[in-house]
Design a protein around this ligand. Sequence first.
Ligand SMILES: NC(=O)c1ccc[n+]([C@@H]2O[C@H](COP(=O)([O-])OP(=O)(O)OC[C@H]3O[C@@H](n4cnc5c(N)ncnc54)[C@H](OP(=O)(O)O)[C@@H]3O)[C@@H](O)[C@H]2O)c1
Length: 289
Amino acid sequence: MGQYKILILGATGLVGQATVKALIKQKVSVTAGVRDISKAKELMAYGAKVIQANMGFDQQKLVTILSKFDVLFIVTPGHADRINLTVNTINAAKQANMKYVVMVSDTSAHNYESIFGKQFGTIEQELKQSGLSFCILRLPIFIDNLWGSMETIKYQNIFYGPIDGNKKYITVAVQDAALAAASVLTHPFNHVGKTYTIYSDYKSSNELASLYSLALGRPITYKNIMYEGTKQTLLKYLPEWYVDGYLELYKLIEKQDLSQILCSYDFKNLTNQSPTTHLNWMWQNFKYF
Ligand SMILES: NC(=O)c1ccc[n+]([C@@H]2O[C@H](COP(=O)([O-])OP(=O)(O)OC[C@H]3O[C@@H](n4cnc5c(N)ncnc54)[C@H](OP(=O)(O)O)[C@@H]3O)[C@@H](O)[C@H]2O)c1
């Protein structure tokens, strides 16, 4: 274990940071590539080596950085220009003779008529055609997005969303995405050319309300405020292109598109662990809600 020199780009984000921590917990040496070193204090305190690396650096600068590593984890950024940033990084990895690349994608990646589907579909194609040895981790909606409902759950006992509360859909806990990524990064050549779907739970919003009620010991309800209501709420925190892309995922859930409902055994197969259900997640974090 740990014989590869691993670099994680996008290491200050949710998935990147959790993956760095998962690897360090397994005593695997890892380097975190961050845009702004001042944001990496927690990673350093945890024991990660930290370097400055930007997916938007010019090719030669990026090639020089990547040449020092064997295995690269591209945590695709939630950035409007993520196609160009990621393709720039894939091209640099190729020039740097990177042995292996793991990349975060989205379960909607095949869905070219949606914003995220087009972005992730395009970068998945680029990676597949690059000639690099690769593995793609497709993620559905994060359980951790529930942090965005912390105030309304805490003060109103309600969480809001844009769809019918009976529609079931898959979600992933960031900690599970990180464990799956750590498993691939430490044994990359067991997973060449694979595309995995990492999900943790499959529930409807009404089922989640019952589980949160159980975990918190008081009644929590789900309220459908439709797309426009949800959009206006999310626009307070996120750019419009991202909100529109995110709401398209809920339209796919309403249609019960396979990208939002297909359960796989990939997490269990990769980690040999049980996933973090919504109930587990709420038990872990109940004091904040
Ligand atoms: N939230 C969901 O429900 C969900 C579901 C499925 C997939 N996804 C996708 O999964 C991916 C990972 O999620 P996340 O929450 O970990 O992402 P995130 O919070 O957007 O973090 C992305 C990371 O990329 C970094 N970054 C941005 N621009 C960069 C650049 N030019 N060069 C290098 N790094 C750059 C950010 O650094 P800074 O800290 O410097 O900004 C951050 O560390 C995202 O693409 C997200 O859209 C999200």
